[in-house]
Design a protein around this ligand. Structure first.
Ligand code: PRX
Length: 649
């Protein structure tokens, strides 16, 4: 694939690009040779209330993992995203909100956003929220969600955004882990014409999990639906805003004070509260937003990610607003009311830069050229992809049909833990290879290691690690630093292990090959096999479950489940449906199993470890490549599983 078609930087794009090839090389080298100097320089894009004393103090030594940037500096994130733009841009649109139903957009200027954030910050204080408190957001993609995030940052509260597609059970787990005492939600969310009862879900989460710590639930009346109301606890957002003052001074925060936690899945156990802090995160978010997307003043930037994910945090909210940009928040889904929705939004709001996920691209591509039929699309200048490997077919369709062959595609590889992009082409500097995340961003030192941890040179394939820190790196897992060290720094000593595999070709381009651990990537959403398994075994009829990924045309990966039922329980189609519903109920629709296979027994080693390798092969009918099965406690189960699989297909 190294000799894949090379797409040179379009001449016109190169002429106006912020970073050309020579500049990339020079700056990259400078960032590696003298990180302190390079990152001190980059921090000038941020307004500091007190200058930092030291740029970087980081260690990946597993006895002493510590990641600190811009030590001693004080700043406020919301002031950087709002106040400092007021002089030049008070009437510029900060957020374009595109509602689920077409034709209902709102434009919010920096002046208005600043006022609303100040008001809500005052309201939060009024409700007793103090610096360092964790505030949980369970909200649809509406401007109030951005206002709530920024208001938290203004007063030094830590936000924990929970994707509104998660179930009450999943929400409860995150509220409990964060020991949050305030939840912000809406009456309902709307996506693709369907509503989700968010407020009722919050009530259910609090009641079922018997959560006593939450004393305030703030509710945005979004659809106006009837909702349950508890006077002692529930507060109406609009009422709080009406009473609040128009100005709230931004709290000077230490560079290493927490900004937010965001839960993400790992290969084992419950989701982890990934902790990001203030100075380094904001600097890195703003810098990558500008250079990766070649962002210029007054351009309209549309990142389609939900704020429930890291992409929504960094590239819908913090990056664009720190740069004084215009960002689009989209409440809906790409195929509602029909597959032309994305094209219509692009034309209506004259989007210059579109950043989306391969799963959305594949869904549009599945409809042939209908998705872009009749669209103008001439405002587009640059396209981006994120969340999962993009297959060359989807890349080509995106490039030719959406970008009309004019727009470079930045395939950005990163993770919740990395805060922002680590590897990507820079659009004015890097010739593109479809499906490759190309090269490291400034200051980023990727390496490939074999399973023993030896660093591989030249063209090679291996486990992807990072050799040194970057400012946007997660600092810890909330209240569980040991798990942080264990998960990321013990596998390959002295490095940060990403959990991904990658290949580097002869030109030095990186190709992400996917997770090498028990984490699935379903439609660009990260899901731990352990989480789905634990949801399944909590069902009364299930004795045991094992989950593996399988290739899926639209989702990238689908969820394939092997289930052992309790003695005396009969397998049936209705039970299969019931288990699918159960997982939706326990985690959310994104975790719905695609295939459930009955398994009277699971292939286990004598020490009881499930051999997922074998299950992955059976799921794709590769019965010959199972490898050595003689070490299994009961090799007979394999034949049984194969027969069952054959009978299903
Ligand atoms: O496997 C990689 C995949 O998504 C994982 C991170 O998921 P999450 O923390 O949810 O963040 C997603 C958005 C940044 C990675 O470990 N991934 C992300 N971007 C790419 C990717 N795989 C291939 N190519 C990408 N561009």
């Amino acid at each position: 694939m190294s000799n894949a078609t090379l797409y040179p930087v379009p001449e016109e794009f190169a002429r106006n690009a912020l970073i050309d090839q020579d500049t990339y090389q020079r700056l990259y080298q400078a960032s590696i040779d003298d990180p302190e100097q390079f990152w001190a320089e980059q921090a000038k894009r941020i307004d500091w209330m007190r200058p930092f004393k030291k740029v970087k103090q980081t260690s990946f030594d597993d006895h002493n993992v510590s990641i600190k940037w811009y030590l001693g500096g004080h700043l406020n994130v919301s002031a950087n995203c709002l106040d400092r733009h007021l002089e030049q841009r008070s009437e510029q649109t900060a957020i374009i909100w595109e509602a689920d139903e077409p034709g209902q957009a709102r434009h919010i200027t920096y002046r208005e956003l600043h006022r609303d954030v100040c008001r809500f910050a005052n309201a939060l204080k009024h409700q007793g929220v103090a610096q360092g408190d964790v505030v949980t957001l369970y909200m649809p993609m509406i401007p109030e969600a951005a206002i709530a995030m920024l208001a938290c940052s203004r007063i030094g509260a830590i936000h924990s955004v929970v994707f509104a597609g998660f179930s009450p059970e999943a929400l409860a787990g995150r509220i409990l882990d964060g020991r949050s005492n305030v939840v912000i939600t809406a009456d309902e969310g709307l996506r693709g014409g369907r509503s989700t009862p968010l407020k009722a879900n919050v009530d259910e989460a609090l009641t079922h999990a018997d959560i006593k710590t939450v004393d305030k639930v703030i509710v945005v009346r979004h659809t106006g639906a009837e909702i349950p109301w508890h006077d002692h606890r529930d507060r109406d957002y609009a009422e709080l805003m009406a009473e609040a003052d128009d100005f709230c001074p931004p709290e000077p925060m230490d560079s290493e004070d927490p900004l937010f936690i965001l839960y993400t899945s790992g290969s084992t156990g419950k989701p982890k509260g990934i902790l990001h802090t203030t100075g380094g995160y904001l600097t890195y978010a703003a810098l990558t937003h500008q250079y990766v997307f070649d962002y210029k003043d007054s351009e309209v930037f549309w990142c389609t990610a939900d704020i429930g994910w890291i992409t929504g945090h960094t590239y819908t909210i913090y990056g664009p607003l720190a740069n004084g940009g215009t960002t689009v928040m989209f409440e809906g889904v790409p195929n509602y009311p029909d597959v032309t929705r994305m094209a219509r939004v692009i034309d209506t709001h004259k989007i210059n830069i579109l950043y989306t996920a391969p799963t959305a691209i594949r869904a549009m591509m599945a409809m042939g050229d209908a998705a872009m039929a009749g669209a103008d699309g001439s405002s587009l200048r640059l396209l981006g992809s994120v969340g999962e490997p993009i297959n060359p077919e989807a890349w080509n369709w995106y490039y030719h049909t959406v970008g009309k062959g004019r727009c470079p595609i930045v395939d950005t590889w990163w993770q919740t833990e990395t805060g922002a992009t680590l590897m990507t082409p820079l659009p004015g500097a890097t010739p593109l290879k479809p499906g490759s995340a190309a090269c490291p961003f400034f200051g980023v030192q990727p390496a490939l290691v074999d399973n023993e941890g030896n660093i591989l040179q030249g063209a090679a394939e291996g486990n992807l690690v990072l050799l040194d820190s970057w400012p946007g790196q997660a600092r810890s897992i909330f209240r569980d630093h040991e798990r942080f060290v264990d998960t990321y720094f013990r596998t390959f000593k002295g490095t940060y292990f990403t959990g991904d595999g990658a290949r580097r070709d002869e030109d030095g381009y990186y190709w992400i090959t996917g997770r090498v651990d028990d984490v699935l990537n379903v439609s660009g959403h990260r899901m731990g096999t352990a989480e789905v398994e634990s949801a399944l075994v909590s069902h009364k009829d299930v004795a045991e479950a094992a989950v593996v990924g399988m290739p899926h045309d639209l989702k990238g990966q689908g969820i394939y489940v092997y289930v052992t039922l309790n003695d005396g329980i009969e397998a049936s189609e209705s039970l299969r449906q019931a288990l699918r519903q159960w997982v939706r109920h326990e985690i959310g629709p994104i975790a719905t199993p695609d295939v459930i296979q009955w398994a009277p027994g699971l292939p286990k080693t004598r020490s009881g470890k499930i051999m997922r390798r074998i299950l992955r092969k059976i799921a794709v009918a590769e019965y010959d490549g199972l490898g050595d099965i003689s070490t299994l406690a009961d090799p007979g189960v394999v034949e049984h599983l194969i027969n069952e699989h054959k009978s299903m297909t």
